[in-house]
Design a protein around this ligand. Structure first.
Ligand SMILES: NC(=O)c1ccc[n+]([C@@H]2O[C@H](COP(=O)([O-])OP(=O)(O)OC[C@H]3O[C@@H](n4cnc5c(N)ncnc54)[C@H](OP(=O)(O)O)[C@@H]3O)[C@@H](O)[C@H]2O)c1
Length: 252
């Protein structure tokens, strides 16, 4: 397949605009799932495990399909980068979805997230395999190494924090408790902080517009959500740790 450069640029810019749009339009309310589900608008729901499995799967399948069908010679560095993207979505699709004890998930949000994951999976895979031009020294360079290091540190924080959240509930329970341990000692949105670090690390490693767009989108989508979670905890728990911040330790 040849490189559809215009499509890559349109999709990347569209993703940044979608993130900014979300930032502006969701200052007061958050996307309606989990604790921010609006009860005034009854929606069809899907069990959380099924929803996360189905919505995240396309972001794994598209890059894998592109890798299998690509006839363009690609460097090991490109495969490592795309493999890194796939590791995240393998974890989300097969591990996160099995572990979650989340409340039922709105069907509309699941469909929208699934479409987003499809577009993003295609965009990142197509760009890396068919458009990116990394020279042989790229994977020995400091950007590549620093970016990947950031990615894996972020992923470790994200996975560990999500594990802490899952462990707060007994099977069948739908209550909110104060998360403790790991980066939750410093911020209410520890899992979101990890995810944001991951995608900015990935953007540094690939040094590409599509990866930067996804990092910006993630920041705009889950950054404000961390603030809403923080406010929720402060209102719900009188003994909520006073020094804990929303997203950035000691700062914000
Ligand atoms: N890259 C992106 O743009 C993007 C966008 C969205 C999500 N994500 C990632 O997807 C993952 C899940 O996102 P999310 O928005 O669902 O995260 P979340 O609101 O923190 O919830 C994660 C899970 O833990 C449960 N939970 C959260 N706080 C709890 C508490 N205090 N007590 C008991 N259970 C609690 C939630 O249950 P309930 O569902 O019942 O609240 C849910 O099952 C995160 O790792 C996030 O980074 C990424």
């Amino acid at each position: 397949m040849h490189c559809y450069r215009d499509l890559v640029n349109y999709l990347s810019c569209g993703m940044i605009l979608a993130g900014l749009w979300h930032l502006v339009h969701h200052r007061k309310t958050q996307t309606s799932y989990g604790r921010h589900m609006r009860l005034s608008s009854p929606a069809k729901t899907v069990p959380a495990r099924l929803a996360w499995f189905l919505q995240e799967m396309p972001a794994l399948l598209f890059p894998l399909l592109l890798m299998l069908t690509s006839h363009t010679p690609s460097s090991m560095g490109k495969y490592l980068l795309l493999g890194t993207f796939c590791i995240h979505y393998f974890q989300r699709t097969f591990v996160y979805s099995l572990m979650t004890r989340g409340s039922p998930y709105p069907l509309g949000v699941m469909v929208a997230a699934g479409l987003f994951c499809s577009v993003n999976g295609f965009l990142q895979g197509h760009y890396l395999l068919h458009c990116a031009q990394f020279d042989e020294e790229w994977s020995a360079g400091y950007r590549y190494k620093t970016g990947l290091l950031l990615f894996y540190i972020g992923m470790a924080i994200n996975v560990h924090s999500d594990y802490i959240l899952h462990s707060l509930r007994k099977p069948g329970e739908v209550v909110y408790k104060i998360p403790k341990g790991g980066l939750f000692e410093h911020v209410s949105g520890a899992n979101y902080l990890g995810e944001i670090v991951e995608w900015f690390g990935y953007a540094v490693a690939t040094w590409s517009l599509p990866a930067l767009s996804f990092a910006v989108f993630s920041l705009c989508f889950i950054g404000p959500r961390a603030c809403h979670h923080h406010r929720f905890y402060q209102e719900k728990f009188k003994d909520y740790p006073k020094l804990r911040k929303a997203l950035i330790p000691f700062f914000f």
